[in-house]
Design a protein around this ligand. Structure first.
Ligand SMILES: [Zn+2]
Length: 251
């Protein structure tokens, strides 16, 4: 018994560090002034801002609105017995074109027989069909990509995760279903009825009274003044005072 004999290795040459290799090593690895080429090639991480945006206001949006429809939005619309085009018009008071991408269509087809009504609605010729050129058929990614590139869409969805993703993109309004009708988020032009109430509220006391009671207060003030003027006019023969003229001016 004993140690196994090791066979001696033949023809193994010692590696010699050449002068040239040393010089190269010094230049490429140890040189502190060397330019880092790998960093230059990397893309700079500065997201490009769309030219359609004026700060957070999207100038590309305006009637007729183009609404990108998600799969679940069609399903919920059927459940709530809402017609897509009419519902959108009732929500925005403007012409709306529902747009359906290939991915959404593919998702509806995948859902099968149970969602055949949704598929039939999606194939409606009034709706605009948007062809897809990207890989995969995941509709959420498709919609987010589209909206990031082109700011001319409203996204219609009821999916909480997708809504959260869209909210991070500036200038893209979200349409959703609440209380059996469509509603819009982040579209300043569509403050429903807001414009009319504002003009009514613009009375003589609008800077003093809090805005909640403004309309009621102005109406009351108006009637008081009218009543006062009528009273004054009945006594106008006796005295034609300055307060009458003042009251007339206000009305
Ligand atoms: Zn797509």
């Amino acid at each position: 018994m004993g140690k196994a004999k090791k066979t001696p290795k033949f023809a193994v040459m010692k590696k010699i560090v050449t002068h040239r290799a040393l010089k190269q090593h010094k230049q490429e690895v140890l040189n502190p002034n060397k330019k880092d080429l790998s960093k230059l090639k990397l893309p700079r991480n500065v997201p490009q801002v769309s030219s359609a945006l004026y700060f957070k206001h999207n100038t590309a949006l305006g009637p007729p609105y183009r609404v990108l429809v998600d799969t679940n939005f069609i399903n919920f619309s059927i459940q709530n017995k809402l017609d897509l085009e009419t519902g959108m018009m009732n929500c925005l008071y403007a012409k709306c074109t529902p747009c359906i991408t290939d991915c959404v269509m593919a998702e509806l087809e995948k859902l099968g027989q149970k969602y055949r009504v949704a598929l039939r609605i999606a194939k409606d010729p009034r709706f605009e069909r948007l062809p897809c050129t990207h890989k995969g058929t995941y509709a959420d990614d498709c919609l987010v990509d589209r909206v990031t590139q082109h700011k001319c869409y409203i996204v219609a969805t009821c999916d909480r995760d997708l809504k959260r993703r869209i909210r991070k993109i500036p200038g893209v309004p979200i349409m959703y279903i609440t209380q059996h009708k469509y509603s819009i988020e982040r579209l300043p032009e569509a403050t429903i009825g807001g414009g009319m109430i504002k003009s009514l509220c613009y009375g003589p006391f609008h800077s003093i009274v809090p805005s909640n009671f403004l309309l009621l207060f102005n109406v009351i003030v108006y009637f008081v003044i009218v009543h006062f003027v009528q009273l004054q006019e009945s006594n106008a023969k006796v005295f034609n005072c300055a307060s009458l003229q003042f009251a007339r001016k206000i009305c």
